[in-house]
Design a protein around this ligand. Structure first.
Ligand code: HEC
Ligand code: HEC
Ligand code: HEC
Ligand code: HEC
Ligand code: HEC
Ligand code: HEC
Ligand code: HEC
Ligand code: HEC
Length: 509
């Protein structure tokens, strides 16, 4: 491989522009092929080289980078031109995003397709993201062609240069989500602009979900990009959960180029649950016994403190696998168009604010301010979900009912925990290190109060609260509040199991 790199360096552009013959040789990343490489690009293309064979979708880059070429050829990017051509609304102004141009890379002005209208620049190719390639292919070396991992509304490179605007406002929506700012959390030592981030410092675990560079590394993406080694100071460019954290830019075997499937019930494999799974059960070894991103464990039915001997018979949410194959994405990533009262198209909502029940304006367009009454929220995601025949109104009522039940049970359990019969030594934080029922019950109250708990798994949450009441009663002798009978503490939603008693280790069965 070394020999070949030097060969390219020594022979430079002139050799490339002619028919090049090399002895074939393969290493783990790069393949050298025999045969002609490409015809010199027009000068006005500004060093963008595009396809060597447009009909066969062979990029010049792909002659050597065979892995990326093979993956990329399966993506929508590789057919962006034919998609545009097949559309009745096509016009010159459409073309910059469906071809190799200055969009997506650091170049500006007219380059590639927009400068030449040469079909070698059809589709969204390697150079769309990596920039002009002539210099690199004339003398390939490391440190060249680096793409950016950033995504922000006003950048002049990155996915957002094309994935923006009223028809596909991915970057606009994403910028408003907390995925865009996860790196600003106190997940390093010292939260000032110049204090060093500590990628492998005292809390390396934090960064593997909050800081883009560390997430990619944790997921085995060790390739080079502009910001790769710039996560050491806040003044540098640490980034959050950007487009390329969730999407593989070259394509993948999952739909929508996702790095991991959204359909998997394996918490290690489900894209969302790889991160939304920090602390779904209390950690009794220290004082960290509040939930932290327990969404995955809730939906999958493993979350919470299960009192000793408790064995719920059925804990998977009905919003979990089976009836809801796309799991989190069904509710949190919705795509629909918004029209005004006269039926005129306004904007495509692409679900990249990740809001399941957004506050919307009169046209159902999510508003910037997401603090609103439940009646001002859209429940479209529930009504669209294939699992059952909700209308928006019935879904909202179902959620309100579950929330009210959970709130009541959580408040009641809290009253029990406040009883002087529960010794202070059993509670936080003095009980650090001890597994006590008071700490477990407090964890369940926090879990029940976390945003979305009533949607993620109302059955499990109610069961946990009821089981905690029985346990606090049993262990500390705190009476059940007036009006509550043991029978009412049956573990599940009454809709599912009206009278079944709680299964508490040996006591009741
Ligand atoms: C030069 C413009 C451009 C850039 C830059 C660009 N895209 Fe795209 N992207 C498109 C177009 C156009 C399509 C639609 C292609 C089609 O369906 O014909 C698309 C489609 C997609 C799709 C749907 C894929 C599929 O296979 O159906 C995903 C996901 C995507 N892009 C992600 C990204 C990410 C992530 C980045 C940045 C790393 C990015 N894109 C950069 C223009 C671009
Ligand atoms: C700002 C960049 C940009 C411009 C300009 C642009 N497109 Fe696209 N186009 C995209 C992206 C990005 C996608 C992929 C979006 C997605 O998957 O939701 C896309 C997807 C499409 C699709 C696939 C179907 C769909 O809606 O997902 C069609 C058809 C299309 N564009 C036609 C057009 C036409 C016609 C024009 C001009 C009127 C145009 N595009 C202008 C970026 C652009
Ligand atoms: C949509 C944008 C996009 C497109 C299109 C794209 N890349 Fe990339 N490429 C990236 C990003 C971002 C990275 C870094 C992150 C990663 O590897 O997932 C990268 C990484 C790479 C690397 C790895 C560098 C290393 O350090 O090992 C190579 C090689 C590469 N791309 C070549 C290609 C080739 C060849 C094509 C076309 C067949 C292509 N890319 C198409 C965005 C893109
Ligand atoms: C003639 C073969 C050849 C062609 C054509 C070629 N590359 Fe490379 N590329 C290489 C070699 C060799 C390296 C250095 C790899 C190494 O040392 O590990 C490299 C490295 C890279 C890197 C990694 C840089 C880094 O610092 O890690 C990227 C990204 C890349 N190429 C993208 C492209 C893109 C995009 C194109 C098309 C414009 C392209 N390459 C065309 C041979 C080629
Ligand atoms: C397994 C992935 C993961 C790890 C590891 C992780 N977090 Fe988080 N963190 C998340 C997710 C996902 C959220 C979003 C939770 C939500 O919105 O309810 C979050 C939210 C937060 C928040 C915002 C809480 C709020 O509700 O406003 C802070 C602060 C935070 N994390 C700090 C940390 C610190 C400090 C560490 C290390 C001690 C850490 N995180 C480790 C995934 C993780
Ligand atoms: C937290 C993970 C995550 C991040 C970050 C993310 N996406 Fe996505 N994206 C998804 C998921 C999940 C889907 C598929 C939704 C589904 O299957 O219903 C998707 C779908 C898409 C699609 C195809 C949608 C369609 O309707 O055609 C495009 C294009 C896309 N994303 C672009 C982007 C861009 C651009 C960014 C950065 C601004 C980005 N995504 C950031 C998770 C993410
Ligand atoms: C790479 C890790 C990671 C992945 C993958 C991920 N998230 Fe997140 N998510 C986070 C972190 C970290 C936060 C919290 C950011 C903060 O407040 O610091 C967050 C926040 C959120 C929020 C709160 C959004 C807001 O703006 O209030 C939602 C909802 C969410 N994620 C849903 C999802 C869904 C759905 C998926 C899968 C399609 C997903 N996440 C994939 C790490 C991730
Ligand atoms: C049945 C629909 C549904 C499913 C499935 C679902 N969620 Fe939610 N999620 C909601 C609702 C409703 C809320 C509450 C939203 C609110 O209060 O603004 C929520 C809240 C959240 C929040 C807190 C957002 C915030 O504003 O702090 C996060 C993070 C989250 N969900 C992640 C996930 C993850 C990860 C999955 C998959 C394991 C998932 N959700 C599955 C409906 C759902």
């Amino acid at each position: 491989m070394k020999r070949n790199s030097r060969w390219w360096l020594a022979h430079g552009a002139s050799a490339l522009l002619a028919a090049v013959v090399l002895s074939s040789c393969v290493d783990e990343k790069i393949v050298y092929r025999d045969g002609p490489n490409f015809v010199a690009p027009p000068a006005s293309a500004a060093n963008f080289i595009g396809y060597s064979d447009e009909a066969a979708k062979k990029t010049v880059c792909g002659a050597c980078h065979a892995t990326q070429q093979a993956k990329w050829a399966t993506t929508g990017h590789a057919k962006a031109w034919s998609t545009l051509e097949a559309n009745a609304g096509k016009a010159a102004l459409c073309e910059g995003c469906h071809t190799v141009s200055a969009n997506g890379n650091a170049a500006t002005g007219s380059v590639g397709w927009t400068a030449t209208s040469d079909k070698r620049y059809h589709d969204v190719q390697c150079e769309s993201c990596h920039g002009a390639g002539l210099t690199h292919v004339s003398g390939p070396a490391r440190g060249q062609m680096l793409p950016s991992a950033l995504a922000a509304k006003n950048l002049t490179n990155g996915c957002g240069e094309c994935h923006s605007g009223t028809h596909h406002p991915f970057v606009e929506e994403w910028s408003k989500s907390r995925h865009a700012t996860s790196y600003t959390r106190p997940v390093w030592n010292g939260a000032t602009a110049t204090a060093p981030l500590v990628p492998l410092g005292p809390n390396p675990g934090c960064q593997s979900c909050h800081i883009g560079q560390t997430i990619l590394k944790a997921w085995g993406v060790n390739t080079n990009y502009v910001e790769k080694d710039k996560a050491t100071k806040l003044a540098d460019t640490p980034f959050g959960v950007t487009c390329i954290v969730c999407h593989d830019p070259h394509g993948s075997s999952n739909p929508n180029q996702l790095r991991f499937p959204v359909t998997s019930s394996d918490p290690e494999q489900n894209l969302c649950v790889k991160c939304h799974n920090r602390r779904g059960n209390p950690d009794f070894t220290g004082n960290r016994d509040t939930p932290h991103a327990a969404h995955g464990p809730l939906v999958f039915g493993t979350a919470g403190w299960w009192p000793p001997g408790v064995n719920f018979e059925e804990t998977q949410s009905s919003h979990g696998a089976g009836k809801n194959p796309t799991l989190c994405a069904t509710c949190h990533v919705q795509n629909y168009s918004v029209s005004d009262a006269g039926g005129k198209f306004q904007v495509q909502v692409v679900g990249h604010r990740f809001l399941p029940t957004p506050c919307v304006d009169g046209n159902k367009n999510p508003t910037d301010n997401q603090d609103c009454a439940i009646t001002a929220r859209s429940f479209k995601s529930c009504a669209d979900a294939s699992c059952h025949s909700h209308t928006e109104a019935s879904a909202r009522t179902a959620l309100e009912t579950a929330e009210a039940d959970i709130e009541f049970l959580a408040a009641t359990l809290q009253v029990m925990l406040n009883s002087p019969l529960v010794p202070a030594s059993q509670k936080l934080p003095a009980a650090a290190g001890k597994v006590t029922s008071a700490r477990g019950a407090a964890y369940n109250i926090a879990l029940a109060s976390s945003a979305g708990a009533a949607a993620h798994n109302p059955f499990l949450v109610k069961a946990l609260l009821r089981a905690s009441m029985v346990q606090v009663n049993k262990e500390y002798g705190v009476a059940l509040p007036p009006g509550i009978t043991p029978r009412m503490l049956a573990p599940y939603d009454t809709r599912v199991m009206p009278t079944r008693p709680l299964v508490v280790g040996g006591d009741s069965n």
